[in-house]
Design a protein around this ligand. Structure first.
Ligand code: HEM
Length: 156
């Protein structure tokens, strides 16, 4: 397969990964602030769905296409920018795993509040706060990864 096609897939999947994360964070943040339980429940459901449909495949596509290109171009342990980018990508992934778990728990809590009490459990707010704060280092790392990919600076 031609290098350009793989690079195109890599960049396109990076856009989807980044855009889904940013969009989901915005819509969920706004829904939580609306204090409208219907809105909160539907948005949480869609955030979890978007993670399965869009984020999960791209989380695998990025390193697969990236390592393939690195192999073709001869980037490796000696390329500082490349190793830093891989490290930051793993760090972002480690932040994302608890985020996925929190999202599923918030979705379930919102569904049962809608079906039963009409009240979100107290842990919902602390889950939403933790979810938000885990997103900050994850997004910052991704911004740094994109810069490293584009600039490919000569690091040690
Ligand atoms: C383990 C994860 C990753 C690996 C191994 C990897 C690897 C690579 C490599 C080797 C290139 C150089 C291609 C070239 O110069 O021809 C590249 C380019 C690029 N990568 Fe990644 N990448 C990863 C993750 C990401 C992520 C998460 C994003 C964005 C969200 C991203 C966005 C880009 C972009 C935009 C380019 C094109 C840069 C340019 O040509 O100026 N990559 N990647």
């Amino acid at each position: 397969m031609s290098y350009e096609i793989i690079k195109w897939v890599h960049i396109l999947s990076g856009i989807v990964l980044f855009g889904t994360g940013f969009g989901s964070a915005f819509y969920k943040f706004m829904a939580d602030r609306s204090h409208n339980l219907d809105n909160i429940a539907i948005t949480n459901r869609h955030v979890v769905l978007a993670d399965w449909i869009f984020t999960t495949p791209t989380v695998f596509l990025q390193p697969l296409t990236g390592f393939w290109m690195a192999h073709e171009r001869g980037f490796g342990f000696s390329s500082g920018w490349f190793m830093l980018a891989v490290g930051l990508f793993i760090f972002a992934g480690l932040c994302w795993l608890p985020v996925v778990w929190l999202q599923i728990r918030m979705r379930n809590d919102a569904q049962s509040a809608l079906a039963r009490s009409g009240q979100l459990p107290p842990r919902y707010q602390s889950d939403a706060r933790l979810w938000f704060w885990l997103g900050i280092p994850a997004f910052s790392s991704m911004v740094a990864v994109v810069w490293l990919m584009v600039a490919q600076p000569a690091l040690a």
